[in-house]
Design a protein around this ligand. Structure first.
Ligand code: ZN
Length: 147
């Protein structure tokens, strides 16, 4: 059976989930939190690095900051996109004010910025605030039918 490795965004534990159970609300074997939440998870640097470097399920990260008006405007759109893309893609947020070293490593030049990662690689990035439909179309276009 095909499985996907995905990092628990709460505790950082690597989990292996059968692909045909992604839509059955899989939970982390370590902390019990949902592995695929209905709303974007807030990442700490450790979870960010594990998920973007090792996960076999695509993850879209929103690099944002509390002082950034366009970031705050986009937040509900990003949450809508998370619902539309679940459970094939996870969406998460990284606070660049709290974790500037992470955004520096990701070479973020301006926020909001979205980076799509899959199997340890950066697939594509999208700059600027976007409506949910644009975010969904961006992800689906970049992943094609391979999901
Ligand atoms: Zn966990």
């Amino acid at each position: 059976m095909d499985t996907a490795r995905l990092t628990c965004l709460t505790c950082g534990q690597a989990n292996r989930v059968p692909l045909d159970r992604l839509d059955q609300h899989p939970r982390c074997g370590s902390c019990g939190d949902p592995l695929i939440a209905a709303k974007p998870a807030e990442l700490d640097p450790a979870a960010h690095d594990k998920a973007t470097r090792g996960d076999e399920l695509p993850i879209l990260v929103d690099y944002w900051a509390p002082w950034c008006g366009p970031c705050r405007m986009m937040a509900p759109e990003f949450a809508k996109a998370a619902q539309a893309l679940a459970p094939r893609v996870r969406l998460a947020k990284l606070n660049t004010q709290d974790h500037p070293e992470v955004s520096s490593r990701a070479r973020i030049q301006g926020i909001p910025a979205l980076i799509l990662y899959h199997k340890g690689r950066e697939v594509a990035r999208l700059a600027g605030a976007r409506p949910a439909a644009d975010i969904v179309a961006f992800v689906q276009g970049k992943l094609g039918g391979r999901g």
